[in-house]
Design a protein around this ligand. Sequence first.
Ligand code: XMP
Length: 318
Amino acid sequence: DWTPDAFVETTVQELKDEIGNEKVILGLSGGVDSTVAAVLLNKAIGKHLQCIFVNNGLLRKNEFKNVLKQYEGMGLNVKGVDASARFLKALAGESDPEGKRKIIGKSFIEVFDDESHKIEDAKWLGQGTIYPDRIESVSASGGPSAVIKSHHNVGGLPDYMKLKIVEPLKMLFKDEVRRVGASLGIDAELLGRHPFPGPGLGIRILGDITAEKVAILQEVDHIFVSGLKEHGLYDAVWQAGAMLLPVNSVGVMGDERTYEKCVALRAVESTDGMTADWVNLPYEFLQKISNEIINKVKGVNRVVYDISSKPPATIEWE
Ligand code: XMP
């Protein structure tokens, strides 16, 4: 019978045998899969694992800082690379969804390649690939591995892709990854995190991306997701977030007429992201969150809730 404890024990031994004294680099995303893969590798080879956590400027509010601290607290050998400015510059003026994905993927590869060149004699690239990633074209896990996979064919291969690949979770399903993570002592909150797409808020800002729009959406998303946690709704939802729409609408504030942005909130139930239903969140909750967003986030005067299921809609709007 498969048990997480036995999996950890055999996998750690296999990793030790396979890797020996060689160095491994691994891109952390803040998600469950790359984290569990890193902790397993860390248990097997310790400081021979060098993790890289890239801030693409499109992460959730305070995510880079908080998750980096969490990784350090877990004893991982991790380097945080804040490349926000580089991503935003590359994205300037691009409003096509696939165009944005390509730019984000390419920028990630460039940053990761630069960083991996600074690590002397790395021989391996660790990835948090899980079994469904190898079947599906779009990874719901959204980690750096997903970016790498979908950009395999763009131009010449970056040097780090010439490394030997180690994917300790490649035979596991998501629920098994979570159980392995728990057996490794990883924080339950981290293991229960919603999936988040690799291109991050970049595909939740409809149209072109600016630093100002990112800041607005981070605030909105933060109010929504923290609200879900505070009201005990977070774990009942498979994925949740907010979209910044390219729509201004008229509002009133005191005696003044406003003409400001509209955001759409999205919360879905799903098992694998392939199909999804919108979640019937309590009206009182939506009311409270909507008021809080409009009162606190400058530049937003309207909130709508997305009641579309997948198919025929998708989870993301881009
Ligand atoms: P859709 O919008 O296709 O999303 O219903 C299904 C799942 O995939 C995630 N998603 C992505 N993940 N890169 C990723 O890593 C992407 O470009 C991407 N697009 C969508 C989405 O968040 C959902 O979990």
